[in-house]
Ligand binder design. Sequence first.
Ligand code: ZN
Length: 212
Amino acid sequence: MTGPWIDVSVPLRNGMSGWPGDKPFERTLTHTIAGGASNNLSQFASSAHVGTHMDAPLHFLADAPSVDSMPIDAVVGPARVVGIADADSICPEHLEPLALQRGERVLFRTRNSDRRLLEHEFARDFVAISPEGARYLAERGVRTVGVDYLSVGAFREESGRETHRVLLGAGVWIVEGLNLADVEPGNYEMICLPLRLAGSDGAPARAVLRRI
Ligand SMILES: [Zn+2]
């Protein structure tokens, strides 16, 4: 028995919040039927790390793999949604009880989801994975890590960079900006497909889950 598909990706729309300093998502119509054209036609411009998206190793490591080389099985298959309640950051003490298996896909549902942070202005105080937590995940050999805000690492630059480097350096694929507000912790089937942007450090993704 499987449940219905739940869309856990963020709609890309003008005015949505993004990482400070990054190019915001902006879609404009270049042709409109109302304006006499034969069709409606959009163009868009954006940071590659907007809304629900993936980070490739190349994001923080020079000469590392880009997003178009991602193995599909990193993001299609069983995934565990883990609830992390009342933590300011995800640390080894939260991870030890999970008995994580090598090759697991793990998605963290934190207070970010309760606060529905992705729907609001950028917030610096989001829950992220600490560098120690990242080292623990890398040592356990997890395949993919997903988080419910725009970065796996904290806003503080040094800490955020370290978390990214540890995970990406260990070959862990990263999904950021998952909307887990209406998703309960448990076991799911995941499909999360980033756009195949050739040579890119990241790409927006469509992500869906269904309970198994
Ligand atoms: Zn990113």
